[in-house]
Design a protein around this ligand. Structure first.
Ligand SMILES: Cc1cc2nc3c(=O)[nH]c(=O)nc-3n(C[C@H](O)[C@H](O)[C@H](O)COP(=O)(O)O)c2cc1C
Length: 193
């Protein structure tokens, strides 16, 4: 079994989402001895913006790197995504990763019945951090709603949200939001004996 762990926060050790992704991955490691974990720190080692050159595969080394990112996503059974809200959306570093995994013919296709996701059967766990409080249905939320749309489009139906919000409102809000988020982490199902 393979797990892909992604962080994208620019706040380093002060990050809420880094703390939450580490907790989620820790639980998976504890419950699945031998779990293979790949880690991408999209802040420290950013994937370049998608460009005309990358789309045209003009640079062979860059095209190989893009293919590895896509294959790593395809190979993963579980994907844990650290996703802070930045300016109502996601960090551009996380968007650059999404631009490499949403590939027609590999992770989705258009059929007579409309778009069809080709990357189903995975579990995606999103650690969401927000300075303000938006709840589940705010028109200002282009972060969680966007990620649900993208992964859903690729065929993923098992999407879990671990949310800490209002963390910018006060230290107390932050501590309470983190406690709620930690408590909401679903324990991985035990393996059948
Ligand atoms: C560049 C930047 C943009 C942000 N934009 C928003 C925003 O639009 N709405 C919001 O509620 N919080 C915003 N915040 C606050 C973050 O969502 C909050 O600090 C969250 O904890 C980030 O996750 P992290 O701690 O893992 O980095 C922003 C923070 C930064 C650094």
């Amino acid at each position: 079994m393979k797990l892909l762990h992604l962080d994208s926060s620019a706040l380093g050790t002060d990050s809420v989402t880094r703390e939450l992704t580490a907790a989620v991955v820790g639980q998976w490691r504890d419950s699945r001895p031998g779990l293979a974990v790949d880690y991408l720190d999209l802040d420290r080692t950013p994937i370049p913006h998608l460009s005309g050159r990358s789309l045209a595969k003009a640079d062979a080394a860059a095209a190989d790197a893009d293919e590895r990112v896509l294959q790593q996503f395809l190979d993963a059974d579980v994907i844990v995504v650290g996703a802070p809200m930045y300016n109502f959306g996601i960090p551009s570093t996380l968007k650059a990763w999404i631009d490499r995994i949403a590939i027609r013919g590999r992770t989705f296709q258009y059929s007579e019945n409309g778009p069809q996701g080709l990357a189903g059967g995975k579990r995606v766990i999103i650690a969401s951090g927000r300075g303000g409080a938006y709840g589940d249905a705010s028109p200002a939320d282009f972060q969680e709603t966007y990620l649900r749309q993208v992964f859903g489009f690729l065929g993923v139906t098992d999407i879990q949200m671990v949310r800490a919000e209002g963390v910018g409102m006060s230290p107390q809000h932050r501590a309470e939001a983190l406690a709620v988020a930690h408590a909401s982490i679903a324990r991985p199902m035990p393996l059948a004996a």
